[in-house]
Structures are given as structure tokens and as C-alpha cells.
Design a protein around this ligand. Structure first.
Ligand code: AMP
Length: 402
């Protein structure tokens, strides 16, 4: 069985073709600058096949982009499948499922309408996801089943006390303003892997899952269910990130907007695009650049990294408290998987909770590994995330039941 996994943005589209049963990745790539001067990248994962790197392909709309993907996949010379018939289904990453979707679903006209109803909650992302789905329908036809996998769905198990904002309740009742959380597919994948690696049933485990990359979020997973998470109505909340501020006193906005006569659009642009470790360091949003700059003596870069590390450490403690204990702490995504030094900092001083790292075991990058000392009370683990595989697995499960 082959599943095409699509992550559509407003002017870009990432894709992977994979076999969910074996986990084998056949090809992946990216369509960029859709509607502009289309650039197409294709990376077959099969020996002897040529890749394409940002070549010019006319992609006035997402439909041509999907067509370009299919053309590459079935290309007689460098394709990885013989025909479109070898694509059994398509799995789409959809950012916001609101309160309507607590799990992945087969896409129908009703589901499309329900996703559209969530557009106001993610005005930049959901419309693009819908365009991606429509493009697949127009190119592949209605007979190839398509499944929507939501970034928010895993967090729908949060109790009201965790998702309710302490603002007038009216805004929840009328506008559904509440914490939703994101990165759900990643947190679900790594927490599931964690249970498998430890040979336990998910119901037996209290896990703090730390997805730390350019965007970062931490989730408390109790008994296999998300019970709290750091992102909110939007991905702006929680930890300081590459360019996002994370949690902050709303009074700061009032001060800046009044003093600098700034509108809300500009303020939000600053909080989303110019804040986080980029804002603090005035160097870069990229953690590798920052650790390099800090080592070279740039104190502001060092401070930005410290603010992030401190935020992660505090939240591990917060979520252990929320669950009344912790059995495993997972580190995933760019920083979590790759930075051994930062992992040491994230857990510094948490020995009193039974959380510690063995520096020798921790000397690894991008591999699944338990990095806490043998016999430690809390297992600290590095687990590379794989959202595409999770999407393909969900899609396969839904399609097989049809
Ligand atoms: P992601 O958004 O998951 O792709 O993560 C991207 C972030 O991971 C960037 O800020 C990278 O600098 C960071 N990253 C990747 N490798 C390392 C590393 N070895 N040390 C520190 N940060 C890293």
C-alpha cells in the first residue's frame, strides 16, 4: 500500500510517498512559489533515480503542483511507481480541526465544510489545506480516498480546566476561543513510540513530550492522552520559539502599541516573526547560529538560548506537576533530536524529580535512544519525530476499514 502525504501551504506544498506497512519512504519533495515562478523539488529514495532540485515548473495553482508531483512519481526513468493506480490514498495534514475533529477522518463534502468552518481559527493555514485537498481531487479524481489528519486533534482530550482561558466565558461560548494546541501528530507519534520502546501500554505512562524546533511545544501525555499542551488558540503561545514570542504579559502589547502608535497587524507581525530567540539575540532564529554565536562570545545570543532552555525546563516541571508525576521525558524535532548540549541544559537541576541525563548516552543525534542513566526513575528519550508516517498510518487505517 502506498500513501501520498500532502502538507499544503498557501504557496508551497510538501509531499511524501510512503508505504505505511513497512514504513518505507519512496520519494519526497516540495513545490514552492506556486502562483509565482514555480520551483519543483523531487527526491526519490530509490537507488539510481535522479533527483530534481528547485527546477522551474509552471504551477499557476496547486492543481498543477499536484500534477507535477504525480508526473515525477510515475516518470518512466526516475519515477518510483509505475502508474497513479499505485497510489492507494492521500493523507493531508490539516492544521486546525477546532472542536469538530478529535481524530483523523475520511474526507467527504461534509468534512470539507466542517474544515472550512474552522478557517477563522487558522486563517493562514486551513484555507491552504483545503486548496491542497481540492487540487488532489481535481487531479486524482473522486475514487482515490483522501484523509484529513489534524494538528489539533490529539489535544481534544484536554480537560476544560486545561483548555479554558480565564477571560469572559462568552468568548468561548460564542467564538470557541480556547486552547487547542498544535504539533498533535508529532506528540502522538513520539509518545506512541515511547510506549513501544519501553514495552509498556500507553495507559501506564505519564509522558512530557517536548517538540523543540523552529516552532516548539510541550505536551503532557497521561495514559496515552494529551491532558495539557503549551500552544493555544494559535501556535504563538507557550515557549519562546525561533521568531515567536511565546507566552507574554498582554500588557506589553498595550505599552508598545500605545507608545509607538502601532496597529494590531504590525504588533502581531512582531510577535510572530520578529520575536522569540531572533528578537532577543538580534542574531538569528536558528539555534545552531545562536549556539555558535554564543560560543564566539555573543552574550545576547547566549541569553536567547538561556531564555529558551529555562522555558523548557520550567514547563517540564509544570507538566510533571499537572500529571502528578512523570515516567518519561521525550525530546524531538530539530533541537530536541540534534542538540546534545541543549538537552543537558533542559534537564539541569531536575535530578530532584528523578530526571537526569547520562552525558555519554546523550552523545547522539537524530536516533531513537534512552539517554537517562540505567535504572533512572524517569526515562529521558530522544525520539525523531515522523509526522508523515503518522499521517500515512492513520490514512491506511481509515482506508482499510472502508
Ligand atoms: P525543525 O523546525 O524541527 O526543523 O528544527 C529546526 C531547528 O533545529 C533550527 O533552529 C536548527 O538550528 C535546530 N537544530 C538542528 N540541529 C541542531 C544542532 N545540532 N544544535 C542546535 N540546534 C539544532
Amino acid at each position: 500500500m502506498n500513501i501520498l502525504v500532502i502538507n499544503a501551504g498557501s504557496s508551497s506544498l510538501k509531499y511524501q510517498l510512503l508505504n505505511p506497512e513497512s514504513g518505507e519512504l519512496l520519494a519526497k519533495g516540495l513545490c514552492e512559489r506556486i502562483g509565482l515562478d514555480g520551483k519543483f523539488t523531487y527526491k526519490p529514495q530509490v537507488e539510481g533515480k535522479q533527483k530534481l532540485d528547485a527546477v522551474d515548473v509552471a504551477m499557476p495553482t496547486h492543481s498543477e503542483a499536484i500534477q507535477a508531483v504525480l508526473n515525477a512519481l510515475i516518470d518512466p526513468e526516475n519515477g518510483v511507481i509505475a502508474s497513479m493506480k499505485e497510489i492507494d490514498a492521500v493523507g493531508h495534514r490539516v492544521v486546525h480541526g477546532g472542536e469538530k475533529f478529535a481524530s483523523s477522518v475520511l474526507i467527504t463534502d461534509e468534512v470539507m465544510a466542517a474544515i472550512e468552518e474552522c478557517n477563522p481559527l487558522a486563517p493562514l493555514h486551513n484555507p491552504a489545506n483545503l486548496i491542497g485537498i481540492n487540487a488532489c481531487t481535481s487531479v486524482l479524481g473522486k475514487d482515490v480516498p483522501q484523509v484529513a489528519v489534524f494538528d489539533t486533534a490529539f489535544h481534544q482530550t484536554m480537560p476544560a480546566k486545561a483548555y479554558t482561558y480565564a477571560i469572559p466565558y462568552e468568548y468561548y461560548k460564542v467564538d470557541k476561543l480556547r486552547r487547542y494546541g498544535f504539533h498533535g501528530t508529532s506528540h502522538r507519534y513520539v509518545s506512541k513510540r515511547c510506549a513501544e520502546i519501553l514495552g509498556k501500554d500507553p495507559s501506564e505512562l505519564k509522558i512530557v513530550s517536548c517538540h523543540l524546533g523552529n516552532g516548539s511545544s510541550i505536551t503532557a501525555v497521561d495514559g496515552g492522552k494529551s491532558v495539557d499542551t503549551s500552544m493555544g488558540l494559535t501556535p504563538l503561545a507557550g515557549l519562546p520559539m525561533g521568531t515567536r514570542s511565546g507566552d507574554m504579559d498582554a500588557g506589553v502589547m498595550e505599552y508598545i502599541m500605545k507608545k509607538y502608535d502601532m496597529g494590531i497587524e504590525e504588533m502581531m507581525n512582531i510577535l510572530n516573526k520578529k520575536s522569540g530567540v531572533l528578537g532577543v539575540s538580534e542574531v538569528s532564529s536558528d539555534f545552531r547560529d545562536l549556539t555558535d554565536a554564543a560560543e564566539a562570545g555573543n552574550e545576547q545570543a547566549g541569553l536567547a538560548v538561556e531564555v529558551f532552555e529555562y522555558g523548557v525546563r520550567k514547563m517540564i516541571g509544570e507538566y510533571a506537576a499537572a500529571m502528578g508525576g512523570v515516567d518519561a521525558v521525550i525530546f524531538t524535532a530539530g533541537v530536541g533530536e540534534n542538540s546534545a548540549d541543549m538537552r543537558l541544559k533542559f534537564v539541569e537541576g531536575l535530578e530532584f524529580m528523578g530526571i537526569e541525563i547520562d552525558p555519554e548516552k546523550n552523545n547522539c543525534r537524530g536516533v531513537e535512544r534512552i539517554v537517562s542513566p540505567d535504572g533512572a526513575k524517569v526515562k529521558v528519550m530522544v525520539i525523531p519525530t515522523n509526522e508523515e508516517l503518522m499521517i500515512a498510518l492513520d490514512t491506511a487505517e481509515i482506508v482499510k476499514a472502508l
